[in-house]
Ligand binder design. Structure first.
Ligand code: BES
Ligand code: MN
Ligand code: MN
Length: 487
């Protein structure tokens, strides 16, 4: 067992002494509505980038605000900027790339928020929920990024060196919540800046439970599509035309209902071809984690009877979330959905259909197979229109690397609990890109909780999660210093 070096203890003391300052700074950042998907928030999103750049400067890093997307004659990009920070480029390795995102999801439905989404408040503990900061982005991902920024700041304060003297690159993206549309190109164009990195570190995932910190070693991929089924060239009276002309609502519902078989397996040919099976060791390890599907369902207002029929037969809830692909209709629209009744056969119907993918499935391949599957089932008299939205590769990382072990040890020292090794059903597209472009493994060291309401009204981050995050990052930097021989 290793004990913190004196310098690391000083860093932890600095963090402990300055809690109010850390929260105040996070509040400042959370006030900026950096909703990347909505063009109306473009300037705000840029302000959130500038805020992060300033914070990194304050921690002694060299910082660039880099444009993304097509660059106009004014030098401004069509995308949201990347904040790129550099510490000690000439120091000996290891060289960690920290990735996070400063953009957030839209705040709607606004009426369900107990306080303004961009007016952060601290709420006292109630029941098992601890003292927390409530705002859009509190957990996903500004709060989690802030735990890392504060660790950097503390190391700079104590040692006078950025990142305590270790080599580090920080990349903060402003488009994660809107599909990272410009990120792959950015990484390709600037690959030289990242080539010497040894691993990527991301704090954008969760823990296994309140007392159970975790390292995540896999996230799912995503392909998000929209399909529209067109019938007649106009809406029709359902009395005059029902039974005479195809009803796209009926037909779309019938086609999409065939996406799953009786065991709730996706029926697209080849869908499971590239799915990496769950090993017997993994199965056993996951079942030892003691996750209870019924417990989890009870927190979202469902009874235990909802478990089995919700997913693929033959797998536990955890297995289905972590290691099996899914298909989901996220939205279904067509015809009349307003108040009262209107008799109509709509000209078209549509659906937003997404697939969560696992290693080694390919988003492009699954998307093509899905569109082909639809085409082969085109209802007579109808035609399809297909739209591709965002996507991202799944990522499962090695659990035996020295850096991941060092991160796990840092979490243990910071929290007093050895982190569980878990996977997550969510997606963080950059991890797949870094792996395929640069061969980089990612360490997902996140401190969210299942009930943080990410993407929902009243999103929160508990102050203890914040504290655990800041301490863990600080101690990971300590481990890097020892590896690099910078004391
Ligand atoms: N941080 C989340 C993903 C996440 C949450 C992973 C919790 C693991 C645990 C991320 O910001 C997110 O929301 N990703 C999107 C993907 C994207 C392409 C829009 C998702 O998973 O839906
Ligand atoms: Mn996130
Ligand atoms: Mn998110």
């Amino acid at each position: 067992m290793t004990t913190p070096t004196t310098t690391a203890s000083k860093v932890l003391d600095t963090l402990a002494a300055d809690r109010p300052g850390q929260i105040e700074r996070l509040i400042d950042w959370l006030k900026i509505p950096s909703i990347s998907t909505d063009p109306a928030y473009r300037d705000h999103t840029r302000r959130a980038a500038a805020w992060a750049a300033e914070h990194l400067c304050g921690a002694g890093l060299k910082v660039e605000l880099m444009e993304t997307g097509g660059i106009g004659t004014d030098g401004v990009g069509s995308g949201h900027p990347v904040v790129l920070g550099t510490a000690n480029p000439d120091a000996p390795g290891p060289h960690i790339l920290f990735y996070g995102h400063y953009d957030v999801q839209p705040a709607d439905p606004l009426e369900l928020w107990e306080s303004g989404p961009f007016e952060p408040v601290i709420r006292p503990a109630e029941g098992e929920v601890g003292e927390r900061i409530v705002a859009r982005g509190a957990c996903d991902d500004k709060g989690q990024v802030a735990t890392f920024l504060e660790a950097l700041r503390a190391w700079y304060g104590v040692t006078g060196k950025p990142a305590g003297g270790v080599r580090m690159t920080v990349l903060l993206e402003g488009e994660e919540e809107s599909g990272s549309v410009n990120l792959d190109r950015f990484l390709e164009q600037h690959a030289d800046r990242f080539r010497s990195c040894d691993a990527c570190l991301i704090s954008d995932t969760g823990m296994l439970g309140r007392e159970r910190p975790a390292i995540t070693y896999g996230v799912r991929g995503l392909v998000y599509t929209e399909v529209r089924l067109h019938g007649a060239n106009q809406d029709l009276h359902s009395g005059l035309w029902g039974g005479r002309a195809p009803n796209p609502n009926n037909e779309l519902a019938k086609v999409l209902a065939r996406l799953w078989d009786g065991d709730r397996r996706v029926t697209i040919p080849g869908f499971y071809d590239d799915v990496r099976p769950i090993s017997a060791e993994e199965r056993a390890a996951w079942s030892r984690l003691g996750c209870d599907a019924g417990d989890a369902l009870s927190k979202i207002g469902l009874g235990p009877e909802a478990d089995e029929p919700s997913g693929e037969a033959g797998f536990s809830a955890i297995e289905r979330e972590w290691a099996r692909p899914t298909a989901d209709i996220n939205g279904l629209f067509g015809g009349y959905a307003g108040a009262g009744a209107k008799t109509v056969i709509p000209a078209w119907a549509g659906a937003k259909v997404s697939f969560r993918l696992v290693a080694d499935q390919s988003p492009a391949k699954v998307e093509a197979a899905f569109f082909e599957w639809c085409r082969a089932r085109t209802p007579a008299g109808c035609r399809w229109e297909f739209v591709s939205h965002s996507g991202g590769n799944p990522a499962t990382v090695r659990t035996d690397s020295e850096l991941l072990k060092a991160a796990a040890e840092a979490v243990r020292r910071a929290t007093g609990v050895a982190p569980a090794m878990i996977k997550s059903g969510g997606s963080i597209p950059v991890a797949g890109t870094l792996k395929s472009l640069l061969g980089l493994e990612t360490i997902f060291m996140g401190f969210g909780l299942d009930d943080d309401r990410v993407h929902s009204p009243n999103e929160k981050f508990e102050l203890r999660c914040f504290e655990w995050g800041a301490r863990s990052h600080a101690l990971f930097i300590d481990a890097l210093r020892r590896k690099a021989g910078v004391e």
